[in-house]
Design a protein around this ligand. Structure first.
Ligand code: NAP
Ligand code: MG
Length: 407
């Protein structure tokens, strides 16, 4: 399959490519060089979301990348640094720019689905789990769009609503707390429109993948905020999806988040678990670790308009990057980043009707899995892989071993 330019698989519509930071940026270019460019006449619209470029462009590059994703339909993103105080110093930033994923999600809306890559030789920590558990994370609002206050003198914090038309009968004012001393306060919001599209994405994804859908919140404590999520899901399900779920013999049910956690541990997997933004952030890390490794978790943002953005669920693997900078070779796992590319290429192939590209994406994933099953793996998998013969290799050697199985 590898060959000169005319032998390479041709693309029609470009992918939106978002480059990133640190170790994953290094891996990104190696994946392209070793696993993609020799086989595909790769067409991408490139955005450099590396922290330096975000700072130079006052973060406009992130907005442009999200807009291009809406235009072209499919994107693939490298992990990026979300700056904190320490990063502001390290990169001499003009300001503490917001999380690029947060910015992109706020523009595209939609839902993030995270599923682990399963291998025969890696047994989940939870012994009952036989199939992947997909976490559907709502990608808008809550604490990711909050406003916060530090209180250091006595006083009252109120939450007020002022109707745009000035109709005072619709005005609202609630005392959050009467502070006698220092403390903290926070305000957050969500939108019916976004919750609705979250629900639609989840019901559609459940039908497309033939899996039962769970949704959980803390409605017993949050009687208006979380209750609103619960009611919107139920209303949309009853009106638009109930019959199809019955036909496909899959279920939708709502339960309290505490109950969902107890049930998930006892389940066999093969479930989509819809979570609010923060719950999804945290639970996906728990599920990924229990399935083996954060490095084996894939992630896709599906917008209500049907736009797809693929990425790895892990970060930029800073600790490995600092070793790399010292000239040491690292054994960082590139699986989730490769699967972000294969996922995006497969979706592009589906949309553009390019059978060869779809087959390539499947072959690439099989080659990765076969490489690990054959005992060649990165260091993170060594402890958890149940194989008698294991060879720990560097990232680059792993990529070459995969390429060897692609030919
Ligand atoms: P991280 O990059 O996910 O890494 C945390 C640890 O998990 C690593 O030190 C490593 O453990 C292990 N790990 C993660 N991915 C791995 C891989 N592919 N191969 C092998 N081991 C892997 O999280 P972090 O260190 O908390 O965050 C680093 C930066 O990433 C931060 O600046 C953060 O803002 C950013 N981040 C970005 C995204 C995103 O863009 N989606 C998501 C999360 C975090 P050992 O060191 O023990 O080997
Ligand atoms: Mg997280």
């Amino acid at each position: 399959m590898k060959g000169g330019n005319d032998m390479k698989i041709k693309m029609k519509t470009p992918l939106v490519e978002m480059d990133g930071d640190e170790m994953t940026r290094v891996i990104w270019s190696k994946i392209k060089e070793i696993l993609l460019e020799p086989y595909i006449d790769l067409k991408t619209v490139y955005f450099d979301l590396g922290l330096k470029k975000r700072d130079e462009s006052n973060d406009m590059i992130t907005v442009e990348a999200a807009e291009a994703t809406e235009k072209y339909g499919v994107a693939v993103k490298c992990a990026t640094i979300t700056p904190n105080q320490q990063r502001v110093k390290e990169y001499d930033l003009k300001q503490m720019w917001k999380s690029p994923n947060g910015t992109i999600r706020a523009i595209l809306d939609g839902t993030v689905f995270r599923s682990p890559i399963l291998l025969d030789c890696i047994r989940p920590t939870v012994s009952t789990w036989k199939k992947p558990i997909t976490i559907a994370r709502h990608a808008y609002g809550d604490i990711y769009k909050n406003v916060e206050m530090l209180i250091d003198v006595p006083g009252k914090v109120y939450m007020t609503f002022e109707p745009a038309d000035g109709d005072q009968s619709k005005a609202q004012r609630e005392l959050v707390h009467d502070f006698a001393d220092g403390g903290v306060a926070m305000g957050m919001h969500n939108l019916d429109k976004s919750i609705r599209s979250f629900a639609h994405s989840c019901f559609k994804y459940a039908l497309a993948t033939q899996q039962t859908l769970w949704f959980s919140t803390k409605d017993t404590i949050s009687k208006k905020y979380d209750r609103r999520f619960m009611d919107i899901f139920q209303e949309i399900f009853d009106l638009e999806y109930k019959a199809d779920f019955e036909k496909n013999e899959i279920e939708y049910f709502y339960t309290l988040i505490d109950d969902a956690i107890a049930r998930i541990i006892r389940s066999k997997g093969g479930i989509i678990w819809a979570c609010k933004n923060y719950d999804g952030d945290v639970m996906s890390d728990m599920v990924a670790t229990a399935f083996g490794s954060l490095a084996m978790m894939t992630s896709v943002l599906v917008s209500p308009k049907g736009v797809f953005e693929y990425e790895a669920a892990h970060g930029t693997v800073t600790r490995h990057y600092y070793k790399y900078l010292k000239g040491e070779s690292t054994s960082t796992n590139p699986m989730a980043t490769i699967f972000a590319w294969s996922g995006a290429l497969r979706k592009r192939a589906e949309l553009d009707g390019i059978k060869e590209l779809e087959t390539f994406a499947d072959n690439l994933e099989s080659a990765c899995i076969n490489t690990i099953e054959a005992g060649i793996m990165t260091k993170d998998l060594e402890l958890i892989a149940d194989l008698t013969e294991k060879r720990v290799v560097t990232t680059e050697d792993f990529l070459h071993a995969v390429a060897g199985r692609l030919k």
